[in-house]
Ligand binder design. Structure first.
Ligand SMILES: [Zn+2]
Length: 447
């Protein structure tokens, strides 16, 4: 996925340090006891900050991943397997929740307060409950060992979430447009998520195995999970890119898990894998398999900057699932990337009807309205989006743009100021700054 270009890898050291300093100034500093090691460690981010970061950021990432599946049975199953692991973990007091989302790419991730997400893409690859327990146990391991707090992701969040939106507005057909189109470019690229180190991964694997066995799952599930991912990497490298970006996976991790299953957790060898239970509980997902496969093909074309090639793939996804929320929004974004935003509108409208509580469709509708010179409609969509999901700087900027085009300069100026105050940088921030200077709201910075 091209949007990962917006990720931390592209940040220079100076910028990273500046942001670290900002986080230090904003957050409480001091010593925190690591729940896993029991040792006291210096941390810029305390448990309250972890929960706050989670509550602020997780809803945006979940929306970027097309929201939680509308299948209560699948949701409660994933939640119950997750909670069985929470009961035996090092940090059971965190407000955990386990959410299966519509995204077709193969990924799972954890926010530091305990919001744990798995895409339907990865759920469809799993074969049994022990593998699901391995996946969720690994994510719980990251939460328990406070890995995100250590990486100080919060510092990166504000800066990256707002990068790279302007291109989608002015340069239609740009390769990056699709991911950026919902105003969630960097978010969709996983910029809100921690990039864990290999040591963090090893620790999360060890913890995940410990929790899954203590909760009564066969440790072989972790080995099976890694086998699946390593095998898939050969066939679907781009669908797995985010998974590997956030959780670097290796042959070595797989072999270590196999070794532990034979030694440390040998006593659990007779525990159930739970294949039937898993297949029964996730049965509503099976019909989505052709949708997910087609969306993955479309995403691959989009990532290569080829929306013309992506369109028939998304059409195939919609042939398999005409009211599939993700496929509809991907098709709308594809139309925008092709420079035909008006063609995308009916898809975005159908998406809105298919998943009325999920706000991303409103953002796409707002973007389409902007591109088809209907700023008043765009403004309405952005206001409605913000009412449901406040705190997306991209929306603030786009609403400013809509108001500017409606000639409501004072309100536009207020939005642009708000946007700049969120710490925005890049082309959008330049646009906002230029307008504010032009309108006499702020003074040009002294050289
Ligand atoms: Zn991990």
């Amino acid at each position: 996925m091209k949007t990962t270009d917006l990720g931390p890898a592209r940040m220079d050291r100076r910028r990273f340090l500046t942001m670290g300093a900002t986080a230090a100034a904003a957050g409480a500093t001091g010593c925190v006891t690591n729940p896993v090691t029991g040792k006291s460690e210096f941390s810029l981010i305390g448990p309250d900050d972890e929960v706050r970061m989670d509550r602020t950021n997780a809803p945006h990432q979940i929306s970027a991943d097309y929201g939680v599946l509308l299948h209560p049975a699948v949701r409660s199953y994933v939640e119950s397997v997750g909670q069985s692991l929470v009961a035996v973990c090092h940090r059971p007091g965190m407000p955990y929740s386990f959410r299966p989302v519509y995204a077709s790419y193969i990924n799972a991730y954890a926010f530091p307060g305990g919001t744990i997400v798995a895409s339907r893409g990865i759920l469809l690859e799993l074969e049994n409950e022990a593998q699901l327990a391995g996946l969720l146990g690994h994510e719980i391991g990251h939460v328990c060992a406070r890995h995100t707090a250590k990486r100080m992701t919060s510092a990166i969040v504000t800066q990256l979430a707002v990068a790279g939106i302007a291109a989608a507005i002015e340069a239609k057909g740009h390769g990056n447009t699709a991911a950026v189109v919902a105003g969630l470019g960097a978010v969709a690229g996983g910029a809100l998520l921690a990039r864990y180190s290999r040591d963090d991964e090893r620790q999360a694997d060890a913890l995940g195995m410990e929790y899954m066995v203590k909760a009564g799952h066969n440790a072989e599930g972790m080995v099976g999970l890694m086998d699946i991912l390593l095998r898939q990497e050969k066939h679907k490298p781009s669908a797995l890119e985010m998974m590997f970006a956030t959780h670097p996976l290796s042959r070595e991790r797989r072999d270590t898990a196999a070794e532990r299953a034979r030694t440390t957790w040998a006593a659990g060898a007779g525990l159930p894998l739970g294949r039937e239970r898993f297949m029964d509980a996730t049965a509503p997902l099976r019909p989505m398999k052709p949708i997910v496969a087609a969306v993955q093909r479309g995403d691959e074309s989009m990532a290569r900057g080829n929306p013309g090639e992506a369109k028939p793939a998304y059409a195939a996804a919609l042939a398999a699932g005409p009211e599939d929320y993700e496929a509809l929004l991907k098709m709308a974004a594809c139309c925008i990337a092709l420079g035909r935003p008006g063609e995308g509108r009916p898809y975005a409208q159908r998406a809105r009807a298919a998943h009325p509580d999920e706000p991303q469709a409103l953002h796409v509708l707002g973007m389409i309205a902007l591109l088809t010179r209907q700023p008043d409609q765009a403004h309405e969509h952005f206001v409605e989006y913000e009412r449901r999901l406040p705190g997306n700087p991209a929306t603030v900027f786009l609403d400013g743009l809509a108001l500017e085009r409606m000639g409501r300069r004072q309100e536009a100026a207020r939005r642009y100021l708000e946007f700049l105050q969120s710490g925005a940088q890049g082309d959008e921030a330049n646009h906002a700054r230029h307008r504010l200077i032009e309108w006499g709201v702020i003074q040009p910075a002294a050289k």
